[in-house]
Design a protein around this ligand. Structure first.
Ligand SMILES: [Zn+2]
Length: 235
């Protein structure tokens, strides 16, 4: 199993690793350790280079992280140096944390649960169980989110046992009870005092790093489903 360096240090931009397998296409490799996020939870995968060769996609396949290259793969057992496209990754970290702040605010202020979300660098959309959503409410949400970002809340990541996670009442709303039986550890992302979720993504260490959020649009996706589109300032 690949050691997931991104799970413990989201600020790791470069790393050394050993190739553990090469796919039949000769352009896909697995490593003993990686800082490349394979995508998931609405966050797209990382891009970058492995020993100078472009990494064009990263995927989780049957518990292994596959790095797809745009050139010939190094041989099994050889050492490689990985470098993330940091500009992209850091924007995704800011965006992912912003989405959790949005979830936290909407749940705290309106009791509405999130039903899904997607993001790209500095942009995202989230669906909430709202009966009605109008301009004034959207403006209120936008202002509340920016207050929380400005508050400079720390973001703590922890990896705990399944048993320990099930003792935390706040985690129930992110449906950790649906976690497959085989999964023994739960990773949590805690925006201290605002939002606690089971989550595998990469986040910034403090909400002040996110910058300003703007609600770009919103629309109804059904009787109880409303979609909010957000954008972050480029800085
Ligand atoms: Zn998340």
């Amino acid at each position: 199993m690949t050691e997931k360096l991104f799970q413990v240090d989201s600020y790791l931009k470069e790393f050394d690793a050993t190739v553990t397998s090469v796919g039949p296409d000769q352009q896909t490799v697995t490593l003993d350790r990686t800082a490349f996020y394979p995508g998931g939870g609405g966050q797209p995968c990382d891009l970058g280079t492995l020993s100078g060769v472009n990494v064009v996609a990263v995927r989780m396949v049957g518990g292994e992280i596959h790095h797809q290259l745009d050139g010939p793969a190094p041989t099994v057992g050889s050492g490689v140096h990985g470098v993330l496209d940091w500009e992209r990754r850091y924007k995704l970290m800011r965006t992912h944390t912003a989405m959790h702040v949005l979830c936290g605010v909407v749940f705290r202020d309106y009791g509405a649960l999130v039903t899904g979300g997607e993001m790209e660098p500095l942009k995202g959309r989230m669906d909430f169980e709202f009966a009605r959503l109008e301009r004034s409410l959207v403006s209120e949400i936008e202002a509340a989110v920016n207050r929380e970002l400005d508050a400079g809340r720390d973001v703590h990541v922890r990896i705990m046992s399944r048993e320990e996670a099930f003792q935390i009442p706040d985690l129930i709303r992110t449906k950790i009870n649906l976690l497959p039986q085989g999964i023994q550890h739960v990773r949590t992302v805690d925006i201290v005092g605002l939002d606690l979720q089971a989550d595998g993504g990469t986040h910034v260490g403090n909400t002040a790093e996110v910058g300003r959020l703007r609600v770009a649009d919103y629309k109804s996706k059904g009787a109880i489903n409303k979609r909010i589109y957000v954008e972050l300032e480029n800085r």
